[in-house]
Design a protein around this ligand. Sequence first.
Ligand code: BDR
Ligand code: CA
Length: 313
Amino acid sequence: RKKVILDVDTGVDDALAIMLAVTSGQLDILGISTVSGNVSLDQATLNTCKILELLGVSGQIPVFRGADKPLVRDTVFEHRVHGSDGIGGALRDMTVTKQAEAERAEDFIIRQVLAHSGEVTLIMTAPLTNLARALHKCPELTQHAAEVIVMGGVVQGFGNITPTAEYNMYVDPEAAKLVLAAGFPQLTLVGLDVTRRALLSAEDIAKLRIPAVREYVEQSTADYRTRYFERNGVQACALHDPLAVGVALNREFVNVQKYYVDVETRSELCDGQTVCDFQNRLNKPANAGVCLEVDAPAFLECFINSLNSLNQE
Ligand code: BDR
Ligand code: CA
């Protein structure tokens, strides 16, 4: 099984990404690190613990707290999309016993990546602050990670937080710039170009066979789907973060092209924009694999089948 670390700001779709990663049975999840993003660090950590308890795996997967704000900027929460608690109020009454470990997220990431050199895939579904901090402490991390898969950016379409920027890139563009420039040999960007096409509808949710899972997904995505409909005219919601896990599970879900990509950090209108040099005008070597197409039905099938296979013993 592929060794992975998930880095999340749990978030409706981060929660679904965790559920896919756990239920797939194909990933050895070394741990989950949390960061400030959609919600505060505390809330993201609490939500992550709740999801692991819902799945019955809280004893097996440790959680590590990371940065409580971006590298240099202020926090930008997304309560309009994810609800005041980040997961649409779905597990409001759940009491949680699980707690985060004492080790800091960046130290955990460094320790695991060095201990299993060439084996660990980092799946990042949040602002990239934790990885940037890890790189600051240990620049040689780039030579030891198997792959970094980032849900973030958009290279051909419009943004989802500003006209030009995707949320994760916008919230901590300095961190994103650092990660892109760090020199990871395998860095894959799963951006809105593809995640906007991986949609979960009410009909899909009806295919979830385990009542607790179906009810959770139904409830947690309800407002998210309504909001997506208001903006995009489609009765569904985008599986942004789960698709990053999907790429770790099966690369065939996406078509990836290598390009030089950078992030804008000094613009009034375009901070957080991911700029992809399609025609190599800057004459720089490619630093990222950019997902440009997705086999959405195949990915959706994998998502539903995985969630239906949750072991409930
Ligand atoms: C990304 O932003 C967050 O709101 C989601 O959790 C996802 O990681 C999509 O742009
Ligand atoms: Ca996220």
